[in-house]
Ligand binder design. Structure first.
Ligand SMILES: *Cc1c(COP(=O)(O)O)cnc(C)c1O
Length: 459
């Protein structure tokens, strides 16, 4: 089969058999798909040989670039021993060694230490890491003899995954409202979304009034709330919404004051994305439960970890007949290949001084992005480390959003694709989240192509 007919063959089978995530398949059927066949560093190659910048790290996972030799070698080495064995009733070196490495990483952060976090529970994706955190928090209070704490406090615009528990604590109406009959009840507080502040206040003169809202609910309902679940610093899928300084720390203090566990969902922000290993470090915050996934294997294989404190863990200890066991587990929990990849990924952070080298790049990115502030339909450019949201608006003065059906964000991404840049929007927010290994020059290209696409689509 020659190349052209192979491409048509793959396209035809895709459209015949696949159902793509978060995709209106009617539209999908009308367009030729980009078929990715290769990757290298921060680039992806499609089946026709065209190269693109991977502007969102293959949906927020790629850390040191594609085909990173050390990670690939670690996987190959592990394949030659064994690819998978269960953690139910058995153990294996990669899971154990990775748990130790994660704990060391969490405990040795230069800014903050998380001395309370002690135990690693593996699963295979961000949603399961969150489900585990929710169930752990709920069951913890049962074992403590506190019966009333059976719901959660969550934020508007929160995203914690797509399984039903994770959707219950989510706050994106567009994705979540249809499922509302299936969801459990939660308490919701406003999102720290300064650009669209509900009461129309400004930071810092607002004195973080959104935290007062949180406190009001905690004060009244702490007897019912097992935990607060929060994406530290950046609400990712909600539109790259970035909380103002002091918000996270304030939330932590409130949790402690009202006897509420704090679950930090660092599935997106973890592993360097915000410029520190974990976003919690920016505000010297230690959660009671920490959810990790996406970047944990450097973006090669699915793996997740829910890390919790000795206090939570020890509440589950007892005689078998007391039924304090945490009855939860996924078949591929702690997969050997994925753990081997994660070990290599974490070694690379040290070996390549990834976080140190990233600091200058964060400044480069900032400087390049500034140019977009003057664009007539760019409402706000938000950045924390390598997480960027460019919010497009119909009217800059009134902040009137583009109507959903205009698909402005999507059009920008299509235009960027023609230019050799693959990105994916969140509504009218254009997201950039390049691999941490991207070079200064490539970063500049990334922003230049984005800016061109924004300008050409929004005028
Ligand atoms: C992506 C994401 C999840 C869900 O992870 P999956 O691996 O897609 O299930 C959960 N929380 C946050 C903050 C995320 O960004």
């Amino acid at each position: 089969m020659n190349v052209q007919s192979y491409i048509r063959h793959i396209e035809k089978l895709d459209k015949q058999y696949l159902w793509h995530p978060f995709t209106q398949m009617k539209e999908w059927a009308e367009e030729p798909p980009v078929i990715i066949t290769e990757g290298r560093g921060p680039f992806l190659k499609d089946i026709s040989g065209k190269w693109y910048i991977d502007g969102v790290s293959s949906l927020w996972v790629t850390v040191h670039g594609h085909r990173k030799k050390e990670i690939d070698d670690a996987i190959k080495k592990q394949v030659d021993k064994i690819s998978h064995s269960t953690l139910l009733g058995l153990t294996h070196p990669p899971a154990v060694l990775l748990a130790e490495k994660l704990m060391k990483l969490i405990h040795s952060s230069p800014v903050t230490r998380h001395p309370s976090l002690q135990r690693v529970f593996y699963s295979d994706n961000g949603s399961t890491a969150v489900e585990i955190a929710l169930k752990m928090a709920f069951q913890y209070w049962r074992h403590k003899g506190v019966k009333g704490k059976k719901t959660f406090l969550t934020l508007n615009n929160a995203y914690h995954g797509d399984t039903l528990g994770a959707v219950s604590v989510g706050g994106i109406d567009l994705f979540h409202s249809i499922f509302s009959p299936l969801l459990f009840k939660t308490f919701k507080v406003p999102s720290p979304y300064c650009y669209r502040c509900g009461p129309g206040k400004k930071y810092p003169s607002c004195k973080l009034s959104c935290l007062h809202e949180m406190e009001k609910i905690m004060k009244k309902h702490h007897g019912e709330i097992a935990a607060l679940i929060i994406e530290p610093l950046v609400q990712g899928a909600g539109g790259m919404i970035m909380s103002p300084p002091g918000y996270l720390k304030g939330a932590r203090k409130l949790c402690s004051r009202y006897g509420i566990l704090m679950i930090a969902d660092e599935v997106a922000t973890g592993f360097g994305r915000t410029g520190r290993m974990f976003a919690c470090e920016h505000e010297d915050v230690s959660p009671d439960i920490l959810c990790l996934a996406k970047g944990i294997t450097g973006g090669c294989l699915p793996l997740a970890a829910t890390v919790t404190s000795e206090e939570v863990y020890s509440a589950f200890l007892g005689e078998y007949k007391e039924l304090k066991t945490f009855f939860h587990g996924h078949t591929y929990t702690g997969n050997q290949l994925a753990c081997a990849a994660a070990l290599a990924n974490l070694d690379l952070f040290k070996k390549e001084k990834t976080l140190n080298r990233m600091q200058k790049k964060i400044d480069v990115l900032k400087k390049e992005l500034e140019k977009m502030n003057s664009f007539s339909h760019v409402g706000e450019v938000r950045q924390k480390g390598f997480m960027v949201g460019i919010e497009l608006v119909k009217n800059k003065k009134t902040k009137e959003p583009y109507p959903l059906e205009e698909k402005t964000g999507w059009k920008v991404c299509c235009r960027a694709r023609e230019k050799g840049l693959l990105i994916r929007p969140l509504g009218s927010v254009v997201v950039l989240m390049p691999p941490l290994s991207i070079s200064h020059q490539e970063l500049k290209s990334l922003v230049r192509l984005t800016a061109e696409a924004v300008k050409e689509v929004t005028g």
